[in-house]
Design a binder for this molecule. Sequence first.
Ligand SMILES: [Zn+2]
Length: 525
Amino acid sequence: MRFFITTAIDYPNSRPHIGTAFEKIGADVQARFQRMEGNAVHFLMGNDENTIKVSQRATELGVEAKPYVDDMARQFQDVWKALEISNDDFIQTSEERHHIGCRKFIQKVYDAGDIYKKPYQALYCDGCEEFKTASQIVDGKCPNHPNKPLREVEEENYFFRLSAFGDRLLAHYEANPDFIQPESRRNEIVSLVKTGLQDVSISRKGFTWGIRIPFDEEQTIYVWFDALLNYITAIGYGTDDARFEQIWPADVHVIGKDITRFHCALWPAMLMSAGLPLPKQVFGHGFVYRKDESTGEVAKMSKSLGNAVEPMDLIQQFSAEAFRFYFMSQCPFGGDGEFSFERFADAYNAGLANNLGNTFSRTLSMAVRYFDGKLGSTDGVDCRAWCAGLDLKALADELRTLMTSFQYNVAIQRIWGEVLDAANKYIQTTEPFKLVKTDVEGTRAILLNLADAIRVVAILIKPFLPSTAKTFYDAFSYGEVRSWDEVSYGDVASAPRFEALTVTAPLVNGKPAPLFPKVETDASK
Ligand SMILES: [Zn+2]
């Protein structure tokens, strides 16, 4: 089955911070999981370049807009690569494929009678790039940008008849309960649409950076209308219709909770007008807030607040895997999370250095020390003794549900709390480091069990920690993790057999190098 997943496209007026990275990792985990389920995944990301802010930023820097956005796109993609994000495509909305598709789409909506022109007079915030209604203005100012005076703007703009789609949208939410997830976001949107939608301005006059409207070349398409279209122009709408029909509709748009209403009301209405199928789901993830260690204060991260954390700093200090582990285990994807360096280090030491990394290193060390890495055949050995109390098949199925519903932190709790825990308890109760003095064959059976535990763990952590999963598999000559189903056997008879299981590990002073070296924290000093 095809699985098309997208993230929001980002403004390239500043470099990505860890809040942006949170979204990309969450989408990447889903993409990787769906690939393990045998689906033909198409994972799209990109940058939102046709905005006034971007051309203003380029002007500030004294460069042309296009080379500026191209350079930023490279910088963004460097960060995504460093975080092991496995996107298949990256669209820049200044690309020709996007311009062609947007012009085709807006013409279609115009022909359907859902676009009209009217004089417009309102207060505009340059910071938000949107007109403000009376209810959004506090003391004559935009609450988000109190230092930027609102501008009174009057011009003839094109409007999209969003108000005409309320009933159809409500009917769609009703018929498709999973369309908006998680549930709390769904309730927000339903009540928003019930109170009545207003038509939205979708064009601007007098801008040269942006996409010109085919039926009025003096106007350019305004930011939201253009940005949302990246999801279809990237896969060929207007330039490769056969490909577009093969991939669309999206299975899920992964976006931040602040832009849920654009994706759940405006976007489906636009698609209805153009006669295109709607995406199957919109998932509005939460935010990561920055906790100040000295004051204990929690604040939203932003460039203007000066408290943004650069992903590259954390990747260099720890690793990409540590970064992914923190955000996926400590921040519920559908809710909000907190970030502080202290919490990051604590989660790393507890989950990766002491637990996952240590289990792996101990098993490796014993296999190398006692058997020179040659664990031999699994024939006649009960390799499932380590998880005797666990129904792995049932657990794999439950985890599958948690993964598809983006409950990653709960999935990680179960993997660590049940599977890794079973492996660690097994080491404690069987004590192979003592048994080896009296019973070599018994010790070999224990190590084959631990090898199996590591094999199962590698499968389950692969969407979260892809390179750690590979390290585990490589060390035990297992080949490659392919499918989630490889976990799902409950009895000894159906467990995979190995004729000659070998362990290879790069040794440092006779010991395997630690996978996640422990870091010093204030608490451990
Ligand atoms: Zn504003």
